[in-house]
Design a protein around this ligand. Sequence first.
Ligand code: BEZ
Length: 211
Amino acid sequence: MTLRLGDTAPDFEAETSAGPIKFHDWIGDGWCILFSHPKDFTPVCTTELGYMAKIKPEFDKRNVKILGVSVDSPESHKGWVKDIEETQSTKVGYPIVADSQRKVANLYGMMHPAHDELYTVRTVFVIDPKKKVRLMITYPQTCGRNFDEILRVVDSLQLTDKFSVATPVNWKKGEDVIIVPSLSDEDAKKKFPKGWKALKPYLRITPTPDR
Ligand code: BEZ
């Protein structure tokens, strides 16, 4: 079954580099980034895991847990983590699922056989506190991801869940937002006391409401 936005993220039990987990219980009442890597001891993945470790405090601030997936054993992951920490000058403070049987990879559609029969592609899932899939992105194995973009999407999701807004192109936290078209001007007046600039009746720009 293909996962789609809004679907419940499949639950699973798995061994990780930091012991066994039951996915939904492990997420708890926060958010989660689940992201796959083709294989341990590969160069692009090494830089990706290192970067995620460095920006983990930003995810912590937003109540987002990080979970990597790679199709090797827990022992292999532990050895690889040492290399990541040495070469990327960081501490990997999140677990990596040891998915030798490709259980998680198959549940989440991380295997793309026409791209690679044996190893996963690079996927990223953002999962919310209700365990719903809110973002899915798939990258080819040869392209390292931009995890600042994932952080940006989390900021957008957390803001737009709370207020009747959407975020425009290349938006970053703190910048102006768009009032959703479904909200009438009358209701918008109550919700956005700072007012808005209407470039078109459907394009109303207002200061971010969380400041
Ligand atoms: C890497 O992570 O470096 C990588 C993995 C698979 C194919 C190409 C690069």
